[in-house]
Design a protein around this ligand. Structure first.
Ligand code: CA
Length: 270
């Protein structure tokens, strides 16, 4: 079964439908329905999953499929409700759509991570090119899946995330007076908070993790923009410029060095 958004065309599967797959026709609102049977192991606690998806048929199909696999499923149909449930409930994983009424899925994800909620999150990306996969990971998501997707793939990815469990919170990194907290996505220089975009943060984190070594433009593109990046490589210079204006210039320091012909290097200011 291929589960699609309303604009996508369902494609029939060459293999027979799994017995657990549900038809997309039942407009059922599923709220905390526990599967009465078919649990993976009745001695194990039920695995709880939150599905945040505004397309009700798709949400119901995903929820029904997961319930049939023995999961305990809650569904939220907008961003604020999803955020509230993710904060309040203790879930083993969250399936989170990107385009949601009320609050964007990336914002929901970022907010949860900023608040220290580390439940594994699988983001359902809209395949319109507006938001790329690197951005999904920048927000602190653990995995992503493009619509339309097959339920079997969703289930496999979800199980892998649940097995892995919540990621350990990364340690705070520091270089001179610069402090970077990848867990809370916080950047500080001389005790002052510096607001960075997701991409700026990812670039700075990469430079910090190079530990004083030079990062080439190609390395930066691969790690921060992704190996599939096909845009203008000068984007690296542009973002280095943004970072200098935020983490160096206001503090009267110059820590991001251009190493001619080699790349960029982040050095301690003190
Ligand atoms: Ca949506």
């Amino acid at each position: 079964m291929l589960l699609a958004g309303s604009h996508a065309t369902p494609v029939s599967s060459p293999r027979p439908e799994p017995a657990t797959a549900s038809p997309l026709c039942a407009p059922v609102k599923v709220l905390s329905v526990r599967a009465a049977e078919g649990l993976p192991d009745r001695h194990n606690p039920v695995v709880r999953v939150l599905v945040v998806e505004d397309e009700e048929l798709l949400a119901a199909a995903v929820a029904d499929g997961l319930i049939a696999e023995g999961f305990d499923v809650d569904v939220a149909h907008d961003g604020p409700d999803g955020l509230w449930r993710a904060r309040e409930g203790s879930y083993d994983a969250i399936v989170l759509d990107v385009l949601l009424p009320g609050m964007h899925g990336y914002k929901v994800c970022r907010t949860l991570r900023d608040e220290g909620v580390w439940t594994p999150i699988l983001i359902l990306t809209a395949k319109d090119g507006e938001y790329d996969e690197a951005e999904a990971l920048d927000t602190g998501a653990d995995d992503f899946l493009s619509k339309p997707f097959s339920f079997v793939v969703l289930l496999a990815r979800l199980r892998a995330l649940i097995r892995r469990g919540a990621p350990p919170r990364p340690a705070v990194l520091s270089v001179g007076t610069l402090e970077l907290d990848p867990g809370a996505r916080r950047c500080r220089r001389k005790e002052t908070d510096v607001r960075l975009t997701a991409r700026e943060f990812a670039l700075l984190e990469y430079l910090v993790r190079k530990d004083g070594n030079v990062a080439s433009k190609t390395e930066i593109l691969d790690h921060v923009w992704g190996i599939d990046f096909a845009g203008d490589p000068n984007v690296v210079e542009v973002y280095v410029g943004y970072l200098r204006k935020k983490i160096d210039a206001p503090f009267g320091v110059e820590t991001i060095k251009t190493v001619r012909g080699a790349g960029y290097q982040l050095l301690p200011d003190a």
